[in-house]
Design a protein around this ligand. Structure first.
Ligand SMILES: Cc1cc2nc3c(=O)[nH]c(=O)nc-3n(C[C@H](O)[C@H](O)[C@H](O)COP(=O)(O)O)c2cc1C
Length: 268
């Protein structure tokens, strides 16, 4: 696949994967591609744990599902991430960022805008919505044939210092290599973020993976091969839109936005 084609086609997969195991060859290709990324002074501060043992995956899935239910029950998820939610295609088209939940059970659609209110939160808790969502998340993670844990070497990752800042850049580049390569290999990838949202659950993951003191656990991803007929989950969003050049690029100084092209880059 051409590089630009892979860049354009790269996406987050929030639906299920095929049950087929990810071949060892593909697993190694992914981490080798990650290891080819640039890093400050070639420090290569990243470390990876390839997790394909069912019992470990199921335990991560349990922790992920429970942490998701907790974050929704306590309302922390909505509070933290409210600015990223869009409520209509028109808003999405204007701002060209954030996510628009366009797929949900039709009974919920009229209440879309009220989702962040305390009343809606209490109502959702009363109907056990957080538990249902958490359980769906557990199943999604449990059904993933491969989980990848990403860690940073604490000798480099020192928050507040430049090397800490640099090592996050390098880690981002390494992950993007993996993300692009999944596109070429017919695979999908999704960040498993909920255990990070609730510190006690993140600690459970660290213990499960036996993370040593000199490494910082940074992220978890689920990976697998993508089914040919991608059915959308009951609750799904779209986030394909990207800002126009004039919304994020400047010429020579921050005072001059770059003009938009006639044809949007995403459609070329
Ligand atoms: C640091 C980071 C955290 C993310 N967290 C999540 C997440 O928790 N769940 C998820 O489904 N996607 C997550 N994503 C993916 C973004 O939602 C996604 O990249 C964005 O909406 C654009 O969609 P696309 O990747 O399909 O182009 C994350 C991406 C990044 C870079």
């Amino acid at each position: 696949m051409e590089l630009l084609e892979a860049i354009k086609r790269r996406r987050t997969t929030n639906g299920p994967f095929l049950p087929d195991p990810v071949s060892k060859e593909h697993q190694r290709l992914l981490v080798r591609a990650a290891g080819m990324a640039p890093s400050h002074f070639n420090s290569q501060p990243w470390r990876f744990v390839l997790i394909d043992d069912r019992s470990v995956i199921e335990e991560i899935a349990r922790i992920s599902g429970e942490s998701m239910a907790r974050a929704f029950e306590e309302g922390t998820f909505w509070k933290r991430y409210r600015p990223y939610f869009r409520f209509s295609e028109e808003e999405m088209e204007r701002r060209r960022d954030g996510i628009f939940i366009d797929q949900m059970p039709s009974v919920l659609k009229p209440f879309r805008k009220q989702i962040f209110s305390n009343t809606a939160g209490a109502l959702m808790n009363r109907f056990g919505v957080p538990k249902t969502l958490g359980n769906d998340n557990r199943k999604l993670v449990a059904g993933s044939p491969l989980i990848l844990a990403v860690l940073l070497d604490k000798a480099e990752y020192r928050p507040g210092e430049l090397s800490g800042f640099y090592s996050i850049f390098g880690m981002g580049a390494a992950i993007e290599n993996i993300w692009l390569l999944t596109t070429e290999l017919g695979m999908g990838i999704q960040f498993i973020s909920f255990p990070m949202e609730v510190p006690a659950y993140w600690k459970e993951i660290q213990d499960l993976l036996e993370v040593p003191d000199d490494l910082e656990l940074m992220a978890l991803y689920r990976l697998g091969y993508v089914p040919p007929d991608k059915r959308r989950p009951t609750i799904d969003w779209q986030s394909r839109q990207r800002k126009r050049l004039s919304q994020y690029v400047f010429r020579n100084s921050c005072a001059t936005p770059e003009p938009d092209e006639e044809m949007e880059p995403a459609s070329r």
